[in-house]
Design a protein around this ligand. Structure first.
Ligand code: SAM
Length: 294
């Protein structure tokens, strides 16, 4: 089934750039052709988009991100790609929360998880501060692809538990995960819970395999919740000293490993270089118990 831009329209800004680019190209081609004529509906569409610029703040819009699953997930066609579509805020903070858009740390952690799919592909995954659902969709899709690959001895899909303190954010996350254009909409074992990450230790989740989190707080109070299981967390370095203090406290309880990472050619999430986290470093840390194997 194909899903069109009419169902999940991109932002006005994206559409304006697209039509501006198209008109410039068509006009250039037009000059070279004697009888060429540009359909006036193209100009009308562009002008209607330009007149909508005055709407402040920009409305929420669908964002579609492209990525390539690796061969470890059974992808043999090197030119094929996957898409993830989410309804997102186009502002940094909306309705008093930062959770209605996807942050750079999620792109970095997603790239790491795609390249290291064995970390989560057959594990129960628990996300703290899940925001709009970008990482949850990636995790669910990786698990589904891994399961499809092992058709002969398929296992029930592991659970994915997506949590956030903000009920509105969680509701948006659920809607995005369940968008029919996302493979995650067919994952049968995803749950959504309102949860303050400082209370995470009180959850009965001893069966959780991996805790993940992107752009969450780095407060030492988070160390006990991370201690019950393996955790992989991407932190955007907004304050070096706070991060150093967090790591100092964490190593007293846990093995803390900073994981080198880079955007690989396997993925191409488009970092919004003009965004609020432009130029900020994102670090990935892996936390394990002192006596655990990895
Ligand atoms: C900067 S956003 C990151 C969202 C998402 N992880 C991403 O990377 O796109 C921080 C998220 O943490 C959530 N959050 C803030 N305080 C929290 C808390 N005490 N417990 C759980 N989630 C919290 C917010 O609602 C928001 O969704």
């Amino acid at each position: 089934m194909t899903f069109t831009n009419d169902q999940y329209p991109p932002s006005g800004r994206y559409q304006r750039s697209f039509w501006k680019w198209s008109i410039e190209h068509l006009e250039r081609m037009d000059k070279d052709e004697e009888d060429g004529e540009i359909d006036t509906r193209i100009y009308d569409r562009y002008l209607s988009l330009m007149s909508a610029i005055l709407v402040v703040p920009p409305p929420d819009s669908y964002m579609t991100y492209y990525w390539k699953p690796l061969s470890s997930l059974g992808c043999t066609d090197r030119s094929s790609h996957e898409t993830i579509t989410l309804l997102e805020s186009r502002t940094t903070i909306e309705s008093g929360t930062t959770g209605l858009r996807t942050w750079c740390a999620s792109f970095v952690l997603a790239s790491y998880l795609i390249a290291n799919a064995e970390t989560i592909r057959d594990q129960t995954v628990f996300e703290l501060g899940c925001g709009s659902g970008f990482l949850g969709i990636i995790v669910a899709t990786i698990q589904q692809k891994f399961n499809e690959r092992h058709e002969s001895h398929r296992q029930p899909l592991p659970a994915v538990l997506l949590t956030d303190v903000n009920a509105g954010v969680l509701s948006r996350c659920r809607d995005n995960v369940q968008l029919r254009c996302n493979q995650s909409s067919n994952h049968p074992n995803i749950t959504f819970s309102t949860l303050d990450w400082f209370d995470a230790l009180s959850l009965p989740c001893t069966s959780v395999g991996v805790v993940i989190g992107a752009d969450i707080v780095f407060d030492p109070i988070l160390v006990p919740p991370l201690s019950a299981r393996m955790a992989v967390v991407a932190l955007t370095v907004r304050n070096e000293q706070t991060l150093a203090y967090f790591v100092t406290e964490a190593v007293k309880e846990l093995c803390v490993e900073e994981v080198p990472h880079a955007f690989t050619s396997a993925t191409y999430f488009d970092l919004d270089t003009a965004g609020v986290d432009a130029g900020l470093d994102v670090k990935i840390f892996k936390f394990t118990l002192h006596n655990s194997a990895s």
